[in-house]
Design a protein. Structure first.
Length: 291
């Protein structure tokens, strides 16, 4: 739908709103004593997780409402049309196919780590693999694999990217710069780590740099997928999958050298496969912009 829309808001409006959304999404965690980072109160505490889920859900809804309002006013469209512009709906057959393609693409990229999971997974008494994380049915799993992917992708992709499109930004610039908001939003975890480890300032800084780097890199991927598919749902599924897989392990132990050799081959092969199939598997009739 954005193909037919012309530049209708200034770039300063898009960047200002994106900054406000970032501050809002993180800032709501510091309002209540039950969500605010503090010594002796771990972020993985079930009570903290529940309170934070409520807080970020409210923040996400506010961001969606405001972005829809901006789209409606700037393009003289309806709220339903605004939801389409944000990639929230409709969920059509094409959307489902795009979701499948997105998961296939990310599984190609992660074929090495997926092989590692099989190496370290034990057969259960039923003869099936226990590949699901142990915390899937806990509040920790609900946060990591459901709430975080949904709220973060809606705020940092669905609410921000269309505003930059309406501001006339090129897709290449959007893919590179918009994920910086996502990376910056994760820096506050350094403060949480510092509260628990007040004497580890150097480690805190290093952790912050690493976390900012890999969240920004993932943001590049998620932003690219959002633009190519024109929907937030493939990005949400990929986000949940990546949270489940984590960063690739570069030091395998307890396996044969043949298995380790194959693992490293698959790591490189996954990157090669991703590079070769990324345009094919992200080709969609719902595409938001042409690169």
């Amino acid at each position: 739908m954005l193909h037919s829309l012309t530049t209708s808001i200034p770039i300063s409006c898009a960047t200002s709103l994106s900054t406000i959304y970032t501050i809002t999404y993180v800032g709501v965690l510091y309002i209540s004593p039950t969500t605010r980072p503090q010594a002796g109160l771990r972020r993985d505490n079930p009570t903290v997780i529940q309170s934070r889920i409520c807080a970020v859900t409210i923040a996400t809804l506010l961001c969606v409402i405001f972005s829809c309002f901006v789209v409606c006013v700037s393009t003289n469209s309806t709220w339903s049309d605004a939801g389409r512009v944000l990639g929230l709906w409709p969920i059509t057959g094409t959307t489902v196919i795009d979701c499948v393609h997105a998961i296939l693409l990310i599984m190609v990229l992660f074929c090495g780590p997926l092989f590692e999971r099989l190496l370290y997974t034990q057969y259960s008494w039923t003869g099936t693999f226990n590949v699901l994380p142990a915390d899937m049915c806990s509040w920790l799993g609900w946060r990591n694999y459901v709430v975080a992917p949904i709220t973060e992708e809606i705020v940092f992709r669905a609410c921000m990217i269309p505003l930059h499109v309406l501001a006339g930004c090129r897709p290449e610039k959007i893919v590179f710069f918009c994920p910086l908001y996502f990376g910056i939003a994760h820096i506050h975890h350094a403060y949480e780590f510092y509260l628990v480890n007040p004497r580890s300032i150097r480690i805190t800084v290093i952790r912050s740099i690493i976390q900012f780097s890999y969240t920004t890199i993932f943001g590049w991927l998620a932003t690219f997928l959002f633009i190519r598919y024109g929907s937030v749902w493939p990005a949400i599924l990929v986000h949940g999958f990546c949270n489940y897989m984590g960063l690739p392990n570069l030091d395998l132990s307890g396996v044969s050298w043949q298995q380790k050799y194959l693992y490293y081959i698959l790591l490189v092969g996954g990157g090669w496969g991703f590079y070769n199939y990324v345009w094919l598997l992200t080709d969609s009739t719902n595409s938001m912009l042409e690169f």
